[in-house]
Design a protein around this ligand. Sequence first.
Ligand code: CDP
Length: 222
Amino acid sequence: MKRKPVIAIDGPAGSGKSTIAKLVASSMGFHYIDTGAMYRAVTLKALRKGTDRKSEPALTELAGSTSIGFEYGDGLKVFVDGEDVTEAIRLPEVSKASSDIADSRGVRQALVRKQQDMGAAGGVIMDGRDIGSVVFPDAEVKLYLDATVEERAGRRHKELVAKGIKTDLSGVKRDIEERDARDRNRPFGALVKVKDAVTVDTTGLSIEQVAARITGIIKEKL
Ligand code: CDP
């Protein structure tokens, strides 16, 4: 039986993927899968356990023995081994360390497999860095969200301030630039704009404007 469609959304940090994916998923009746949250979940566990982030065997073992769950309802909740880590995985130290974790081949293999299982029946919007290139290269719709680094840093800074987390804009911008470079240059699962992806530059656009544009592209493609 043919699976339902898969919508892949890739793009750099702060390009608005998760906000838009969540909105469009609920308005169009898709299931939303936040793959960044999965890398963040493994990162949080590694930080707590003091796992050596340079040890490939230790990271592979960690990813293989971690259970990651999502709960949908009033917002998306993320669980690691049964514990609600929705807030904890968004802390700046987790964002920073996530690049190391996402470089690990063993972690990527374990998480990509989970993502493929979660999306196997289709009917999903999945966002990340390597969804259209590695996880679902045969996705029916591929989107690439982008925005200038200034805009992305401004958005992330606002989000952190709203949560009461003290940060300065220049530090947030530096962290995003470092993560962008790591995301674009890793040997496998790197952030790339695949040939068949439609690029949407969200610089200067409101959430509603981006959601409307993405919804239009999805409808047209399906
Ligand atoms: O929300 P933000 O864009 O800051 O990051 P995220 O999407 O939550 O992803 C956190 C980190 O996980 C990224 O910096 C990537 O290094 C990594 N990641 C990845 O390697 N592959 C994915 N499919 C998703 C995230």
